[in-house]
Design a binder for this molecule. Structure first.
Ligand SMILES: [Zn+2]
Length: 363
């Protein structure tokens, strides 16, 4: 859960940033930040819940300029060497990461990274090792529900799904319910169930194809294909694995979770001819990742694995549950720095008690 009151956002965080307090009180590093892509030019935000993880190009540039000016952005390889105690890092070191490998990372994000001379660790799913691009299934499902006009019941007895009628104000909760249910199945079976959902929502068979005919929409929602990943590597970026098909691992039986984790590494390594040493847990919060998944990531041969919660300087770092600051579209520059510095995490802990990561790695 994230809480940011207007007073924190507009008064407290700016004052702490301007005074230098955030920088001088920051604990030992390193800190890791997570992006999820950048809005393509002319893209109109469709829905805050669907689009809230991406950032605007000007926000990204300002955030990276701040990191360059006040902190020290390190390479993914230096982070790995530090995590294995082969390298010590200077204070205030920061690693940049980005999940999902959407097409916009190549078209919108990499040019800014290159302009500023920075490198980033991109987590791609196994689908990006293929020759044709695709959509993240849970985003496709969200778009289906947004496009369905009527209050409709979705029923897939084979998958144990019976939801509805889905009123407009219940779309988000119904969507997450479906994501949880369908995460129990592998990619092929889940595809079949998604097609059934699409039919029951009254959408045409070519609904998905027509959606991405618009190049701006394609740039927002399609993931990179194999050639796109190779271009990321050629641009000096590092590739990590993000599971085969982005299920909620905590909802997948162990055999499926193992394949999702271990095979994502092998298909990406084969497609790129490179060693893939990092894993990013899909969704990456305490409700979607369990201690079992941390064990599987280690057994699959990854050398470190990343969550998507906690983070900031001073955070305790477990090599298979590295905390990360999740950057969102609505985050102001001062709020961003409050997260990076670790101030937000300690404030949250003082007010709410406990740490989000403790539920996964144990206190
Ligand atoms: Zn993801």
């Amino acid at each position: 859960m994230r809480f940011v009151s207007p007073a924190l956002k507009h008064i407290v965080f700016p004052a702490l940033s301007w005074s230098g307090y955030l920088r001088y009180t920051a604990g030992a590093g390193p800190a890791v930040v997570t992006y999820h892509g950048v809005f393509p030019a002319r893209y109109e935000v469709r829905n805050p819940a669907l689009d809230g993880n991406l950032v605007h190009t000007d926000s990204l540039r300002r955030q990276l300029q701040l990191l360059k000016k006040r902190y020290r952005v390190i390479s993914p390889e230096d982070f790995l060497r530090w995590s294995e105690e082969e390298l010590s890092l200077p204070p205030h070191s920061i690693l940049l990461t980005c999940d999902d490998a959407l097409r916009n990372t190549l078209t919108e994000m990499v040019p800014i990274l290159q302009e500023l001379g920075l490198s980033c660790l991109f987590f791609a799913t196994g689908a990006s090792a293929e020759e044709t691009p695709s959509m993240l299934w849970y985003e496709e499902l969200y778009l289906m529900l947004l496009d369905a006009s009527e209050s409709i019941t979705v029923s897939i007895p084979e998958a144990g799904v019976s939801i509805g009628p889905i009123a407009p104000n219940r779309k988000h909760s119904c969507w997450w319910n479906l994501v949880e249910r369908l995460s129990q199945f592998d990619r092929e079976l889940r595809r079949r169930f998604l097609d059934q959902v699409r039919d029951q929502l009254g959408l045409s068979e070519d609904w998905g194809t027509r959606l991405v005919e618009n190049s701006t929409v394609a740039c927002r929602f399609l993931t990179l294909d194999r050639e796109g990943l190779r271009q990321l590597v050629a641009a000096g970026m590092t590739i990590g694995a993000h599971s085969l098909s982005h299920p909620i691992l905590a909802r997948a039986p162990e055999g499926l979770a193992w394949r999702e984790i271990s095979e994502s590494r092998s298909v990406l390594e084969k497609a790129l001819g490179l060693t893939v040493w990092a894993f990013g847990y899909p969704f990456g919060n305490a409700a979607t990742v369990t201690g079992r998944d941390l064990r599987l990531a280690e057994e699959a041969g990854f050398r470190c694995a990343f969550m998507n919660i906690g983070g900031g300087f001073g955070a305790k770092i477990n090599r298979f549950a590295v905390p990360r600051v999740h950057v969102t579209a609505d985050m102001s520059l001062f709020e961003f720095e409050a997260h990076i510095s670790g101030f937000y995490r300690s404030m949250r802990k003082r007010l709410l008690g406990g740490d989000e990561l403790e539920a996964v790695v144990g206190a």
